[in-house]
Design a protein around this ligand. Structure first.
Ligand SMILES: [Zn+2]
Length: 114
């Protein structure tokens, strides 16, 4: 239950931020790499379960999956890697290395501002 651990840490960070801002969080956006196999629905469910009766209750969580990034060995550009088109979109060469998968990041929290 990878997602339960993530939900727990998100809840902690968001609750802390809510206290600082003295506002109720309504939505949050997280992003992670493609290989970080997070199931959006499982995460949303886990978050909903643990956020009950906290300041985070009723929040919506949005997960953005970032594609793998690769760097071209010829022109040095980085680009979103697609298996169906395994070549540099800038110079067309097939000489590139895959970059590490993006970590899980809490991108933004939306607060209900009155
Ligand atoms: Zn290139």
């Amino acid at each position: 239950m990878h997602e339960a651990v993530i939900a727990q840490s998100l809840l902690e960070v968001i609750s802390q931020e809510a206290r600082k801002q003295d506002a109720k969080p309504v939505a949050a956006k997280v992003s992670c790499g493609e290989l970080n196999a997070i199931n959006d629905e499982v995460l949303a469910f886990a978050f909903e379960a643990i956020s009950r009766e906290t300041v985070c209750e009723g929040m919506t969580l949005q997960v953005e999956h970032k594609p793998m990034q690769a760097r071209c060995g010829q022109c040095g550009q980085t680009f979103a890697f697609r298996l169906s088109e395994a070549r540099c979109p800038h110079c067309g060469k097939e000489d590139f290395e895959l970059l590490p998968d993006a970590p899980l990041v809490l991108e933004e929290i939306e607060f209900d501002k009155e």
